[in-house]
Design a protein around this ligand. Sequence first.
Ligand code: AMP
Ligand code: MG
Length: 395
Amino acid sequence: METMIHVQRAKELIADSIKPLDPLTVQLTDATGLVLAEDVFSQYDIPAYPQSSMDGYAFAFEEGKLTYVLDGEMAAGSNHQFQLKPGFAVRIFTGAAVPPGADTVLMQEKAAIQDGLLQLTDLQLKKGDNLRQAGSEIQKGAKALSKGHLLNASSIGFLAGMGISSVKVYPKPRVAILVTGNELQMPGKPLEYGQVYDSNSLTLKACLSQLHINDVDIFTCGDDLFQLQSTLEKALQYADLILMTGGVSVGDYDFTMDAFESCGVRKVFHKVRQKPGKPLLFGTRDEKLVFGLPGNPASVLTCFYQYVIPAIGEMMHSPTAIACMQVPLEHDHQKPAGLTHFLKAWYNGQTVSLQKGQESYKLSSYAAANCLAVFPETETTFYNGHLIEIHLLPK
Ligand code: AMP
Ligand code: MG
């Protein structure tokens, strides 16, 4: 196990420990935010038949001809099949099949009807106007989306439009949250002397739900090795990713390290040269990842953004990393050398300013922040205008 490592080393060790999750076929309705594990091909021409893109009249265009005889109607969804004769026009509506024989649609605003005859008032009309050719979106057998594509709302709709109802994707991890501490009380219950409301489990659940991960169980444990060990073992039985909080330091009631040991979780590193979140512990058992996050609420969040989000991204073959930018600092700032500082900050679109209240037990300043500003381990003095790396927080 490595200890007191640099931030970058911790990131490398986590990345090296990850084996992406095995692909799975899921319903398209459950695939938002997931990455395709195979190329997807269209089974149909889309549109499947020539389609009107206007409410109007369809006919076989003849240069210079301004009058057509009206014959019948095609509404969207109509399956009436007939051949339109030259010199005739059919009343047609958006999305309806343009019958064979017709090659052009005139929009209704550009038409006049008199005694069953259609008069063109659009002299700009060209052959093929207002008609969606069969296969013009995608042709039967063509590749619609490639392996590795991140399914967003438009890709889900695109696939549904081809009649696809399930897809092979890299799944989301099943996650267990395990908060530890004798002092923890559930929000909603009265707070007794010495107790602290458990905020970490709700914070982490909210973080995961922002990543569309909702298959999450929460366990609460006292500071008791036996209880901790049996709960961790239970979580390891089914979860791909276990997020523990608290008990990672060296106090008499800190049992997370011991629980790793007794559950056979290989310790990869403990302690990172960073503030907040110095006591971070990370380990693996087979392909399962276990994070021993510190107990302090702001440390939990910072470690989630810095380490857990990229790990989940790797597991899902998805680049869900936090967006990073270099922006000027709005004021001077000093820090001691030795640790990388991740400070809660506000980016106003041009410059970044640090929040008051950076202590790791405070979430009020986090709640008012929209980014983390990164102050490197070895540097100490930062001036107004100094370019600082910021990590934008998910909204
Ligand atoms: P620990 O890492 O167990 O020493 O805890 C560090 C600090 O975080 C202590 O002040 C704990 O009371 C607090 N803490 C631990 N777990 C939680 C939690 N689930 N929610 C809120 N605060 C917590
Ligand atoms: Mg504790």
